[in-house]
Design a protein around this ligand. Structure first.
Ligand SMILES: C[S@@+](CC[C@H](N)C(=O)[O-])C[C@H]1O[C@@H](n2cnc3c(N)ncnc32)[C@H](O)[C@@H]1O
Length: 269
């Protein structure tokens, strides 16, 4: 169960000392709270999104007419984090549709060359790892689905879980998206970890007209220091860089970051 201080931080955006929760990654927790990394990263991202929308007042209300998509749902904690944090920054609960995509039976096979060394033997990154059905000890899909919807905490009629490996579940492309009534995305949460899965998700979203100008894309595995490094390009200020930033500047990127780089290049984004 979430500690009261964490629930308050999620609701108010303030930590127990009354300070605004800040963009913060070095330690694994928001100072003074027991909020999980999963919650903290999404809470702080929503804060940045709200700030961006405030700075562009014409875009303020767009979240009411658009949906939230997540690729890699597992047991629903990340989706719940968005739903819980929404009223803090938008003054009202999220009222659109939630779309969650997952096999709910774990990770697919992935070529080891497309995983960072530290993930090559990590069971969570191997085929069958992070199996939601196993985590929740529920084998029947209706029971698992009901539990996931309950975990997420959004309106059940507006919580859509698409079960299957992406190479099959997304195969229908734009026709499939239209048939189910998927609208342009307010927010896309990419948390499927692997290069191939991320690439499949991004191509589907772009081909189906779901990821459109103004959509916010959250990558769970691309940290804020990486975006700082990417944004600065050749002007990367090595003098002020942290060791983490230097590492990110110099390594060959894989997984979610490789898919992001490739897809944005291919689609000219
Ligand atoms: C890191 S977990 C997601 C964690 C989740 N977002 C949360 O907040 O707890 C990754 C999930 O992606 C799913 N996944 C990865 N690649 C997939 C694919 N190609 N097709 C379907 N599901 C996939 C796995 O089943 C797993 O549940």
């Amino acid at each position: 169960m979430m500690a009261e201080s964490d629930a308050n931080a999620l609701r108010t955006g303030l930590n127990p000392s009354g300070n605004r929760v800040r963009w913060y990654q070095r330690k694994r927790r928001v100072p003074g709270t027991q909020m999980s990394t999963l919650q903290q990263k999404r809470l702080l991202s929503l804060q940045l999104i709200a700030d961006d929308l405030k700075a562009h007042s014409g875009r303020r209300q767009r979240h009411n007419r658009r949906d939230i998509y997540q690729f890699g749902v597992l047991t629903g904690g990340g989706m719940k984090a968005w739903i819980d944090a929404f009223p803090t920054y938008f003054g009202e609960p999220f009222s659109g549709e939630l779309w969650g995509f997952d096999s709910f039976e774990g990770m697919p096979e992935e070529d080891a060359a497309l995983r960072y060394d530290r993930h090559k033997n990590d069971p969570a990154w191997l085929a069958g790892g992070l199996n939601a059905a196993e985590h929740l000890n529920l084998t029947s899909w209706p029971a698992l689905r009901a539990k996931l919807v309950q975990n997420i905490g959004h309106l059940p009629a507006q919580t859509h879980l698409i079960r299957g490996f992406f190479n099959e579940s997304l195969r229908g492309g734009r026709g499939f998206a239209n048939e189910l009534g998927m609208r342009p995305a307010f927010l896309v949460d990419i948390d499927a970890d692997l290069y191939t899965s991320t690439r499949e998700a991004l191509c589907f979203l772009l081909d189906a007209g779901i990821l459109v100008p103004g959509t916010f894309v959250y990558y769970d595995d691309i940290g804020h220091w990486e975006w700082r490094v990417m944004d600065s390009g050749d002007r990367f200020p090595l003098r002020n860089a942290t060791s983490q930033e230097i590492m990110w500047k110099n390594i060959t990127h894989l997984e979610e970051r490789l898919a992001h780089d490739e897809v944005t290049r291919i689609y000219g984004l």
